[in-house]
Design a protein around this ligand. Structure first.
Ligand SMILES: [Fe+2]
Length: 328
């Protein structure tokens, strides 16, 4: 059960695809567990930070996600949406060269893939934390295309604004040179001080070579899962012009109190409908926290403890409303 269904309707700029095959997990998935993963501890995070995180897992090695048939449909859907990508349609620009956000508004196949219980159970088991498709449709599923200008990185060093995301390669890795996905064996605070930039905003420049790991994708249809807000990562530039397409579904931790979605960073995006999407996300967090409050608060709680629990439960929604007021 998805914790927060997509809103009714869609932003006008997004064109809904027609004639897609229905998503069928038995035909379109070929899930194979990753053999290895790095933990937050491996990256150098301290015990307290790890205890506050929804999972101890930082990033897995690439593992098989799509079957050949699923890959063919995903590639076709990504190719069809390319003319409606966010950059081209004037629906928002950020550090990414060429991308789609809110793919689930355009493609039912992608929406159903991202919300597939079989996929979510599988990914939840890997990180030992219950996950759901992201409650903010803009990031529930994205597509990254290679920029037309090969001198540009596909994406510079950054951390993501979500708790978890998978990066699935849709292009055969034998068909392009460069374009490696790399991550930093270190904390985001270390990365920030080495690059002299805020992790959410992204930065060019280099991190120490001996601590940079390149993910190895055996084939198209493979992807890895990461705690995206904790892992400094980038997609390098291509060495020559080529297709390089990735699909990036994102996920929330169902334990809403531990979910690390960075609403503040995302409120600066200009995707259509994003502010309403973020308000709905904060309302979901508040609802989950209020439910927990009704279950957990002891009758012996002091007035100060009750007030604190009530204020904590709705703080995110309250703060977001304040930010909207300041925007005017
Ligand atoms: Fe990222």
């Amino acid at each position: 059960m998805h914790p927060l269904p997509f809103p009714a309707g869609k932003p006008d700029a997004y064109i809904r695809l027609r004639g897609e095959p229905p998503f069928n997990p038995a035909r379109h998935l070929a899930l194979q567990k990753p053999a290895r993963a790095l933990s937050l501890q491996d990256l150098g995070y301290d015990k307290k930070t790890i205890a506050q995180s929804p999972s101890p897992v930082a990033i897995t090695e690439p593992f098989r996600i799509f079957s050949e048939e699923g890959l063919a449909v995903a590639r076709d859907v990504a190719a069809q949406m390319k003319s409606n990508r966010n950059e081209a349609a004037g629906t928002g620009k950020n550090r990414l060269g060429s991308y789609i956000r809110g793919a689930g508004y355009r493609s039912q196949f992608i929406r159903d893939f991202c919300e597939c219980p079989q996929l979510l159970d599988f990914l939840s088991a890997i990180v030992a934390a219950p996950l759901a498709s992201h409650t903010v449709p803009a990031v529930a599923c994205g597509i990254n295309y290679a920029p037309e200008d090969v001198s540009r990185a596909v994406d510079t060093w950054h951390v993501d604004s979500v708790s978890f995301d998978a990066v699935i390669l849709l292009t055969d890795p034998a068909t392009f040179r460069g374009g490696e996905f790399q991550y930093f064996r270190g904390t985001k605070e270390e990365g920030e001080s080495l690059l002299g930039a805020r992790a959410e905003e992204g930065a060019g420049g280099e991190l120490p070579q001996e601590r940079v790991i390149s993910a190895v994708f055996p084939a198209a249809g493979y992807g890895f899962l990461q705690q995206g807000n904790m892992v400094f990562h980038r997609a390098c530039r291509l060495l020559q012009r080529a297709e390089r397409t990735t699909m990036i579904p994102s996920f929330v931790a169902l334990d809403a109190a531990r979910d690390k979605t960075n609403v503040r960073a995302m409120s600066r995006w200009n995707d259509p409908g994003i502010l309403c999407e973020l308000a709905r996300h904060e309302a979901w967090i508040a609802r989950e926290r209020l439910r927990k409050l009704t279950e957990d608060i002891p009758l012996s709680a002091s007035p100060a403890q009750i007030a604190e629990a009530a204020e904590d439960a709705v703080a995110g929604l309250h703060n977001f409303a304040g930010e909207l007021r300041r925007k005017g």
